[in-house]
Design a protein around this ligand. Structure first.
Ligand SMILES: Cc1cc2nc3c(=O)[nH]c(=O)nc-3n(C[C@H](O)[C@H](O)[C@H](O)COP(=O)(O)OP(=O)(O)OC[C@H]3O[C@@H](n4cnc5c(N)ncnc54)[C@H](O)[C@@H]3O)c2cc1C
Length: 441
């Protein structure tokens, strides 16, 4: 990467999740001074992994999509990781409370009628040919009602869309996004969990000179001369040549002009999060070793033994992720979600309760800060990364920019914001160098 002279004030990044760390790594590697403030004790945000008794607990099921922005960015930055794709064996479907073996590629879906199976195969073929860019502003619900005849096929495609987007709102979700994800190339479960990505990004950023300051909550961003003054919760301030807000949209809005900056305020108001309840379970052994993945076709539930593909548990034991995809605005009693997920375990792994080593229940996790909404224009309708009206103020995250979904949007928007900052800062530096040398254009 090219090296630029250090700017007078550092670039300040608010938030040390994947988005903030990615931008910090790009900027520091390009020679810019970077300070990142993270309010928690450690960086990583929702991508942190907790290690207990040899089990690696991501915060809910995490899978890295192959051949998307995340892979590209990690390779550009030289961050290495390992993992495997879930095996095509040991997959079951759950329909009407019954469990069936499933082989989608081979068309083996015993719960479908013959007519539904034929239509499903035809629709899969059609999805491969679609120009999904033209369907960004159509909702998945609308598309299914128009294009798919059989209710079982609709139900199956809805389940597929839930698994890839973690969104339980087909009436809001962009058909363009949901259908394009059905054509993607699979996912990786990561050895050691997503902490490997957090640690890798952090290491790249710090080795290149970025300062990472934890337990540092940013309270406000104020305009100061040509740059910004960043006010922290302990009443200290730091000046910045440029600022990246790598937080959720509500926090980003609250930090600028007390939440009254119109574009940021609107972006926060429009964002509808995709939320899930997560039950993560470490077992000494799997009572039913063959049941590794279950597609819950007629219920918004998820079950997968991630340790069957990745190193996440000691030999012979298992780490299982279960989730319930919550509808936007759904106020579910945590105990109700938990009981539903435990009942799913009773069905799929009878006797599991006596094998538990450790478990973690997270009743309300935000899997994405903003559902990709058809009404807002799908992916191209997402805001940022530049914040209008404020030069050199940017946002990044899973709600930002026209590229990628969930973490791929984080990687893509952070890279894009970092590149825009580099361009802006270089041209500003050249201008000030010209004026100090008396160059007239
Ligand atoms: C259950 C679950 C499952 C998921 N599964 C997948 C998956 O399979 N595939 C996928 O692609 N993605 C998945 N994701 C999404 C992925 O984890 C997130 O998109 C990504 O980690 C978000 O990174 P981020 O840096 O944008 O935000 P965050 O991780 O939320 O980080 C923001 C950081 O900013 C800090 N912060 C906030 N306010 C301030 C402040 N005022 N001052 C200082 N610091 C502040 C926070 O403490 C936090 O560390 C999943 C998420 C969840 C919750």
């Amino acid at each position: 990467m090219t090296t630029h002279p250090r700017t007078q004030h550092p670039v300040i990044i608010v938030g040390g999740g994947i988005s903030g760390l990615t931008a910090a790594a790009y900027l520091a590697l390009a020679g810019h001074a970077v300070t990142l403030f993270e309010k928690a004790n450690t960086p990583g945000g929702r991508a942190r992994t907790r290690e207990r008794n040899g089990f690696f607990f991501n915060q809910g099921a995490h899978a890295l999509r192959l051949h998307e922005a995340g892979e590209q960015v990690l390779s550009e930055l030289g961050v290495t990781y390992s993992g495997s794709q879930p095996q095509p064996t040991g997959i079951f479907g759950l329909v009407d409370g019954k469990v069936y073996p499933l082989s989608i590629g081979a068309g083996e879906m015993p719960f479908l009628t013959d007519a539904a199976r034929v239509e499903l195969m035809r629709v899969f073929g059609r999805i491969k040919q679609l120009n999904t860019e033209e369907l960004q502003e159509r909702s998945l619900q609308e598309w299914l009602e128009e294009q798919v005849e059989h209710p079982q096929v609709r139900q199956f495609l809805l389940a597929r869309a839930r698994i890839s987007t973690y969104t339980n709102a087909p009436d809001l979700l962009s058909a363009g996004l949901a259908l394009s994800l059905m054509n993607t190339q699979g996912v990786l479960y990561l050895d050691g969990g997503w902490q490997t990505l957090v640690d890798g990004l952090r290491q790249k950023a710090q080795e290149a000179g970025a300062r990472l300051i934890t337990q540092a909550r940013v309270e406000a961003i104020e305009v100061a001369g040509e740059g910004y003054r960043v006010r922290l919760a302990d009443d200290s301030c730091e000046d910045a040549s440029a600022v990246l807000l790598a937080t959720d949209p509500e926090t980003a809005s609250a930090l600028v002009l007390n939440g009254t900056h119109e574009p940021l305020r609107r972006w926060a108001a429009q964002a509808i999060p995709a939320s899930v309840a997560c039950l993560d379970i470490a077992l000494r052994r799997l009572p039913r070793a063959e049941n590794l993945v279950t597609y819950c076709i007629d219920r918004p539930l998820y079950y997968s033994v991630h340790s069957a593909a990745a190193h996440l548990a000691p030999e012979g034991s298992a780490l299982i992720h279960l989730m319930k995809y919550l509808r936007p605005g759904e106020v579910e009693e945590p105990e109700v979600s938990r009981q539903e997920l435990e009942a799913l375990m009773d069905l799929l792994q009878p006797g599991w309760r006596t094998e538990v080593v450790e478990q973690s229940f997270l009743p309300h996790m935000i899997a994405s800060n903003a559902i990709v909404q058809a009404e807002l224009g799908g992916l191209p309708g997402r805001p940022g990364p530049a914040v209008p009206g404020f030069p050199n103020l940017y946002v990044a995250g899973d709600w930002v920019g026209p590229e990628g979904e969930k973490v791929d949007a984080c990687f893509a928007s952070a890279r894009s914001a970092a590149r825009l900052m580099m361009t802006q800062l270089s041209s500003r530096q050249n201008a000030s160098l010209d004026s100090s040398l008396g160059v007239v254009s």
